[in-house]
Design a protein around this ligand. Sequence first.
Ligand code: BGP
Length: 471
Amino acid sequence: MSFPKGFLWGGAVAAHQLEGGWQEGGKGISVADVMTVGGPGKPREITDGVLPGKIYPNHEAIEFYSHYKEDIALLAKLGFKCFRTSIAWTRIFPNGDELEPNEEGLKFYDDLFDEMHKYGMEPVITLSHFEMPYHLVKEYGGWRNRKLVDMFVRFAVTCFERYKDKVKYWMTFNEINNQRNVDDAFAPFTNSGVLYQEGEDRYEVLYQVAHHEFVASAKAVIEGHKINSDFQIGCMLAMSPVYPATSKPLDQMAALKEMDRTFYYGDVQCRGHYPQYMLKEWENRGYHIVMEDGDLALLEAGKVDYFALSYYMSFVSEYDPNGKIHMGKEVPNPYVKASDWGWQIDPVGLRYMLNVLAERYELPMMIVENGIGLHEKPAEDGVVHDDERIKYFAEHIAQMKDAIEKDGITLMGYCPWGPIDLVSASTGEMEKRYGFIYVDKNNKGEGTLARSPKKSFYWYQKVIASNGEDL
Ligand code: BGP
């Protein structure tokens, strides 16, 4: 037996990618509400507020807000032991800077968590998953502004107090390391509400923004444990191994330094202090990261309980003599295939990554995202025959098994991404589908929103029922 008894099999979503109801129940406008639909090679546009004549896919999404009972029942049929979603900050504090929460928003999640518990499903909750209030971007400059620390902590404490008997597993920020891609307009905006200005040093801004988030996360961990000492509060990072292109020593070095750009986030949140390579980079580049007295003590006191990760792909890095911040440049991996969106599929990379993380942090881990986006349509029999998805998951779960059985990895749970089709975060498409459940809706927003199980639904049901033995 490889997967432990009580292993948390489930699936993961984020509020803005499935709830819809963007103006229901007193909800405010979030960063996800001002992003249009893109597509492969066509980035989403970030508009200044909600403009007429544009398609904003998150406004309706798949209307989970009004369909959640039906959807939770379907996920229960799959056998889910847990379900990861996020609490939309804008349902609780519509603008983010209010002092009192919105009762209607709080009530929605009360009802949702009750519905999950009805089926014995454990909620696994992210506090900030790409859906911060847009007002905080406009009025405060997003997480550049230190004032956001208190606003986030107020939001976190409100949720901890309200749901202290309903939720045990929490995460503070989704994929906090994703914003390291400073040349991509999308990631810094969705993670932290940051739009870079002409001429500024984006890395210096990034490190300041991340510092504010680290302090907010640490404070949330400290306050959360006071409210319920059983809480498990984790960090959440997108983990992709970076392999060296060759055995050339400089390629090794380039890959190692590239990984440090991600580890920096884990190092602060798991070890409780800034790693030496980052302090040196600040010194060498003349960066001045503003900190308040007591911040470093907070980081030390607010270390996380577990490490949550998303895993989709791996990368390869080759030494780049012209690299300034990055020693390497990304090159394709000839040994793996990529999805239609260019994500390199590498099941062994998951076992590799789990090993590296276990050695570095010695913390229990939860895989809170993994999956493959596909173009799909129901066949003549009305069913989506998603054999490619089944193969993808079977290969990844087999690697998780090896990690547990052969490497002694402590894994708490597994939540494939988007068990029900939903809006893609990076492209805004509906037609980048991840689900075990098909939703009738296309990129233009047309469709009946009807839900129907795909072939993989019955396959994953069997996997869960056999506790991962029957792949
Ligand atoms: C992660 C995000 C999710 C999710 C997933 C798939 O980065 O945490 O919100 O969307 O990736 O990505 P996409 O939807 O862009 O295909």
